[in-house]
Design a protein around this ligand. Sequence first.
Ligand code: GRF
Length: 200
Amino acid sequence: MPMRVAVCASGGGSNLGALLDAFPPGSDAEIVLVISDRRGTGALDRARDRGVAAVVLERPSSGEEWNALLAAHGAELVVLAGYLKLVPAEVIARWTGRIINVHPALLPAFGGPGMYGMNVHRAVLESGARESGASVHLVTEEYDRGAVLAQARVPVEPDDTPERLASRVLEAEHRLLPAVVRAAARAGRPVPLSQPVENS
Ligand code: GRF
């Protein structure tokens, strides 16, 4: 039986797209639910295009609503893929060890409150770091502090802009996140990746 995966996204949902491509019917995992805190997002459109249940939370801060929805769809793994609102503590408590997030930097560097979207890439460039990348980690109540399961590294180029770095990191996310979900599906729970994810 495929692992039943719920994906939470607030924006365009390119990571969701990578997951939908990586897990066609009959593969290790099945995306059974897409949750968003906003209407009209690309992520919701991508889900509906593939016939996946797409739900806008009425009250994103209500743990009860989240947990009821996840239970109703029989989710076994929750993936935060560009979900920008705070996930209620009751959800994290209920899903500890089975909820993961993709972050666009090499944690523990460039994580924590305020480190999202372009802020991350600007901070990386301002620091003079020579490389950045993507991390997938377990979600705990502390922002970006749960155990890192896998990382993919990308170089910082001398003439980089935050936008160029962001798009290079996003490509790495699209390889890393499906690899972590595949490993989770095979192990029955999220596990550290034993093999590094190759750059294309
Ligand atoms: C990604 O960079 C992810 O790491 C961050 O938000 C972005 C979401 O992109 N948390 P998308 O919606 O998957 O295209």
